[in-house]
Write a protein that binds this ligand. Sequence first.
Ligand code: SAM
Length: 244
Amino acid sequence: MQRYFIDENCIHDDLIMIDTYNHKHMQKVMRYRNGNQVVCILPHGQTYLYEITDIEAGILRQKELINEDHELDVAVTLIYGLPKNDKFEFVLQKATELGVQRIVPFLSKRSIIKTDAKTFAKKTERYQKILKEASEQSYRQRIPELTPLITMKEISQYLSDINLVAYEESSKQGEHHEFAKALQCDYQSLTIIVGPEGGFDESEIIQMEELGIVCCSLGKRILRSETAPLYMLSVIGYSRELMK
Ligand code: SAM
């Protein structure tokens, strides 16, 4: 059944006055009529079945609570070296499907893309749309947060119970145990950090180690910067949902 994230200001007791974007989707894409039912996810993730009572005006009435949980049981923050071109959009979409809770893009010494926080901010609306649509498609109850573009110096704000940086040199040196070891610990939140196409400068790694962030390998092969976060999120999902 089609799912929609609903903003707080659309909710009026047990009625929803759907926003223009979702209204258009219901009428023009789904061709819904009065009596059709949809799943609505309210701002804190509560999920309800609603019935369309007036498709012309965009009014829905609450029917019943749906008990479901499609979220990872740990909060994963991905701090990600902004890649060039549209790779970032690809990662936003796939990381959402894989359950990420927060994405923090950063610029570092070896970033190839030439941009700044102001230019990045102009694309936020487009990025939010990607996050919302990927969340709906993957049955999530929460849309991941996308923070402003930061520099390496600001990373400390986004640390968690466990903090890992995927470091290509750890892979080259044959250290392949830290990631799996960390996932065996007891934790509620986890921050993973992945570098841009050019990888990390050694000074950045030293800076992160000083914050208690642990370097890890993602195996014997060097992955593209867009593959690495998706590999990490897949491994986390496997360890939290399929291994239990
Ligand atoms: N230019 C770097 C090189 O040739 O060594 C490779 C950088 S890689 C394309 C981009 C990022 O993905 C890295 O900074 C790291 O965070 C992550 N990464 C890719 N493969 C990895 C691996 N096998 N182990 C650890 N991190 C990896």
